[in-house]
Design a protein around this ligand. Structure first.
Ligand SMILES: [Zn+2]
Length: 245
């Protein structure tokens, strides 16, 4: 039986010997340092590796992965905060121009949020960051897989909203130096949808989908906010009703 790590070891060798790869790539990256323009915040799920899905090369993406691609709100204290530290380093240290929150279909973390989980002492408080999304989606009247998708997408919006609570992120957006993007990867279709803040809906991903940038009122609150989970869910329910009738 082949050792599970042998595949990885062989993979390193294949990467090194692949003629499509610049043999000087890593020595150049070592000399120049990393200058990624895009940060991706993705889920730890083995099926949705941001680098693999986007066919990016080493040095192109600054990636944070955690359970359910969740961004907690800004809240500095004496505790260590892995997600916030990565965001801080990406924005302030590397000066990324874009942050993509990449949620996905059939997310185990979001399922744990929806259904509760027993015996996992770190998962519960972590996914509980999106408790307001869970509550709003639970009251939507949608059931089953539709409801789970709605919660997965609402959590992407919740993470975008939480990114705006970091003061240096909001400042950079207002100055036109940073844009936020919310994507949700459909496993059934093998492609991502993107959150369109103008229509508060997820639409096929193109470069023309408006991001959260200086054209969007990031100071708006309540239902008026383009990142209102209530607004998004209400709109999705309305659309589901129209489709059903
Ligand atoms: Zn996931």
């Amino acid at each position: 039986m082949v050792h599970p790590l042998q595949k990885l070891i062989d993979g390193f060798e294949r990467f090194r010997s692949d003629g499509a790869n610049d043999p000087q790539l890593f020595s150049r990256l070592l000399e120049d340092g990393q200058k990624p323009e895009v940060m991706v915040i993705g889920c730890a799920d083995s099926r949705v590796d941001p680098g693999v899905l986007t066919a990016c090369r080493p040095g192109e993406l600054f990636i944070l992965r955690n359970v359910a691609a969740i961004v907690p709100p800004y809240g500095p204290d004496e505790q260590p905060h892995a997600a916030s530290a990565a965001i801080e380093f990406g924005v302030l240290g590397l000066g990324v121009r874009h942050i993509v929150v990449l949620g996905h279909q059939a997310c185990g973390g979001i399922r744990a949020l929806a259904e509760g989980t027993v015996g996992l002492e770190f998962m519960v408080p972590w996914v509980g960051v999106m408790e307001d999304a869970r509550r709003i989606v639970a009251g939507s009247g949608l059931e089953g897989p539709e409801r789970l998708v709605l919660l997965e997408q609402a959590a992407v919006i919740g993470s975008l909203r939480n990114l705006l609570t970091f003061p240096w992120i909001a400042q950079r957006i207002v100055r036109g130096e940073l844009s936020l993007h919310g994507w949700w990867f459909s496993l059934s279709e093998g492609r991502p949808l993107a959150f369109d803040p103008l229509h508060q809906a997820f639409v096929p991903l193109t470069a023309h989908v408006r991001p959260i940038d200086q054209r969007v009122d990031v100071t708006a609150t309540g239902r008026a906010s383009p990142l209102s989970i209530e607004g998004f869910v209400a709109r999705a329910v309305e659309e589901a009703g129209l489709t059903a009738s």
